[in-house]
Design a protein around this ligand. Structure first.
Ligand SMILES: [Zn+2]
Length: 407
């Protein structure tokens, strides 16, 4: 189908494909997408432009950088990228003032970041690990303008999909022992024996080797958990060194030195922070690992993830909980889609005005309608005239390397 305007969205990794590790669960090798996409659009006669947008600048409490291609047919006006709506230039935020030789400073600290914060989900009621009730009551009023807006207009407010994945007894215990202090993650786990909800008890992690490669302890205390810490190869298949059922997952101190100590795994969100890029499957040991609620011992709910993407609470998701997470995590955030859509609208209106002036007839068969197309992970597939009903499609794009399977 030949369209007038094309918008294509892609993750940075997919678009630029630099030195990413090859996923084992995908048979198709990832290739750079940006150049071939631009080339084929140009060959088809489109005008194109390429840019990187940060969704956090368009009204979501999430960092999400995406490569966007905009293209327009020769007779159309090529849209611009939308201006950020929610970040202000740091140099324009000098808010202290000197009066009578005294300096007065305001209490404002968030000068260099997005307006929206994780706090956008603070009105959602408390739930437990594995909560599965599809419809519950909000149990309270919205606490901010954003919360009021994102709840949408409902005749009888019902909170849907505030459900979260049911993690195993061992993972649930780890989540319980990650402190509530901001910035906590697996490195704050105590090395203790804990009785689990399934009746079993965890073991203490034993440090069995000297950490020669990365600094031996001055007191002679063992710091390594595998023979590789002493510069030897790991034992085959980790038969002797590997430990199971420990509160501190063995695999994390194992090769942590090579991976920035796996910072952020089993990490909690922060009220004053924002979401890291919303995952298609929240896992405490996954790529987007800060997925623990700030005050509750569970991973984020589907509804919390949907809010982090800017979906109104009235937006319906379908199938099982993993499908719902995937639908949310693969989407282009609606507020970003809206910002791009409004740019397209401006171009169309300008074109209509020009055509009206010149009294140009449209060729037969064209209706000057915007159609957004082109497949890709989480791309916008259609956009209605009022930019409120946005449909998405997408697929899981796989994961980056992760520590060994959960021990
Ligand atoms: Zn090893």
């Amino acid at each position: 189908m030949k369209t007038d305007t094309v918008v294509k969205e892609e993750t940075m990794r997919m678009a630029l494909r630099t030195e990413v590790s090859r996923p084992t669960n995908y048979s198709v090798e990832r290739e750079e997408i940006l150049n071939p996409s631009l080339q084929s659009l140009v060959r088809m006669g489109y005008q194109c432009t390429f840019g990187v947008l940060q969704a956090g600048q368009y009204g979501v409490a999430q960092t999400r950088r995406r490569a966007i291609i905009l293209a327009a047919a020769p007779r159309e006006k090529l849209p611009m990228f939308p201006e950020p709506l929610h970040v202000f230039a740091p140099q324009a935020c000098q808010l202290s003032v000197v009066v009578d030789n005294k300096k007065f400073v305001s209490n404002i600290v968030r000068l260099n970041s997005s307006l929206f914060r994780t706090i956008t989900m603070s009105d959602l009621p408390e739930i437990r690990n594995g909560a599965s009730a599809l419809k519950i009551s909000y149990n309270g009023e919205p606490q901010s303008c954003f919360q009021r807006q994102i709840r949408g207009s409902q005749y009888q407010p019902i909170l849907r999909d505030h459900i979260c994945k049911d993690m195993s007894a061992l993972i649930a215990a780890r989540m319980r022992y990650v402190p509530l202090a901001p910035g906590s993650d697996w490195r704050d786990l105590p090395n203790i024996e804990v009785r689990l909800s399934d009746g079993t008890t965890t073991r203490k992690l034993r440090y069995t080797h000297h950490q020669k490669k990365n600094g031996r302890s001055s007191t002679g205390v063992l710091r390594g958990v595998c023979s590789c810490a002493e510069g030897k190869p790991c034992d085959p298949a980790h038969r002797t060194d590997r430990q199971f059922n420990t509160l501190i997952p063995w695999c994390l101190p194992h090769i942590g030195n090579r991976h920035n100590h796996w910072a952020g795994l089993y990490g909690r969100l922060e009220w004053v922070g924002f979401f890291s890029t919303t995952a298609t499957n929240p896992e405490p040991m996954g790529k987007q690992s800060r997925v623990l609620h700030l005050e509750q011992h569970r991973v984020v709910s589907v509804r919390e993830c949907a809010r982090s993407q800017g979906f109104p609470d009235t937006y319906r998701l379908f199938e099982n909980i993993l499908d719902k997470h995937r639908q949310v995590g693969n989407a282009l955030p609606p507020p970003l889609a809206k910002a791009i859509g409004l740019e397209l609208k401006l171009c169309l209106l300008a074109k209509l005005r020009e055509d009206a002036k010149g009294n140009v007839d449209f060729p037969p068969g064209t209706d000057n309608r915007v159609v957004l197309g082109v497949a890709g992970s989480g791309c916008v597939t259609s956009l209605s005239a009022n930019f409120n009903d946005i449909e998405y499609e997408g697929e899981d794009i796989g994961r980056k390397s992760k520590p060994h399977d959960e021990a």
